[in-house]
Design a binder for this molecule. Structure first.
Ligand code: NAP
Length: 281
């Protein structure tokens, strides 16, 4: 099996939030990490001084950038042993209020980007599993994959898609040594809401007033790191109790949520608008 410190892991979206915490944690374990983000200055600020970490300015929603990204990792390191599909965007509001291009952008990154980057990485992950005994795909999903709640309906739909993708992929690659994990966090203290609404912070100082409420991103990073060392594929809710969101898949629970939440649509709209205004103002 590949020694931890020889492994090469690609983490998308490493300039902020969960991705940044993950890059720091993996680098501290001696893993060689490649990461990407769209904004180079912020990426440099995040990874500057971290040993064994390289950054590529790339948009994970763009097909040409995805191919270039995987090519760069192989060029620099000659191998790819793990991929953490972290980059993702959210948008809070009702479907009827969403611009069409926001819907398309979210699907392009959160779902198409995840599947396509995995497809490009897969031959190299399978080669790593053959040569070194294991390889890993870790999808950073959400509790929203299990419980679709407005104002995050479209976001939740993309994460439910990721959930289905992970389950299907496991059935393609498990016997060939590739573990496929999904880490599903509840709320995390990141720039997620601001960035999703078009206010990507330009620096750590700018980010300070734009963070959503939630747990520290490193709690999620710690679970991602555990996946990369786990014996088998993992499905992890962070925190553990958030796995109760799966109860929403029970038909009576789902029907009750349909009635109660749809009766509150105006209120949901107002609460979401206030939360967005606080992070983007
Ligand atoms: N925060 C939460 O409460 C929460 C809860 C559950 C799940 N999640 C999931 O966790 C993941 C990470 O979210 P986060 O909260 O850490 O978000 P974040 O603070 O907004 O960080 C997102 C990171 O991804 C990068 N990114 C965004 N779009 C990208 C693109 N098209 N191509 C490449 N990089 C891109 C961002 O940099 P650039 O803007 O420079 O590209 C940034 O580095 C997402 O998949 C999200 O859905 C978050």
């Amino acid at each position: 099996m590949a020694a931890m410190e020889q492994r090469v892991v690609l983490v998308t979206g490493g300039s902020a939030g969960i991705g940044r915490a993950t890059v720091q944690r993996l680098a501290a374990q001696g893993i060689r990490v490649a990461t990407c983000a769209r904004h180079g200055d912020r990426l440099d600020e995040a990874i500057g001084g971290l040993p064994g970490v390289t950054g590529v300015v790339a948009d994970a929603a763009d097909a040409a950038d995805r191919a270039r990204l995987v090519g760069r990792v192989l060029e620099e390191h000659g191998r790819l042993d793990g991929i953490v599909l972290n980059a993702g965007l959210g948008w809070a509001g009702l479907l009827e209020d969403m611009p069409g291009e926001v819907v398309e952008g979210m699907v392009a990154l959160n779902l198409t980007g995840v599947i396509e980057l995995t497809r490009l990485a897969l031959p190299h992950l399978l080669a790593s599993a053959r040569e070194h005994g294991r390889a890993d795909v870790v999808a950073v999903s959400s509790v929203a994959a299990w419980s679709q709640v407005p104002p995050l309906t479209v976001y939740s739909a993309t994460k439910a898609g990721v959930h289905g993708f992970v389950k299907g992929l496991r059935r393609e690659v498990t016997a060939r040594g590739v573990r496929v994990h999904t880490v599903n966090p509840f709320f995390v203290e990141t720039e997620w809401l601001a960035r999703g609404h078009g206010h990507a912070p330009e620096s750590d100082a700018d980010a300070a007033g734009r963070l959503s409420r939630g747990m520290a991103p490193d709690r999620v990073g710690a679970q991602i790191a555990r996946c990369l060392a786990a014996r088998g594929s993992r499905t992890v809710a962070v925190p553990r109790w958030a796995g109760l969101a799966r109860l929403a898949e029970l038909p009576p629970v789902g029907r009750t949520m349909d009635r109660v939440l749809s009766g509150q649509a105006d209120r949901v709209r107002r609460v979401a608008a206030r939360a967005v205004a606080r992070r983007t103002g």
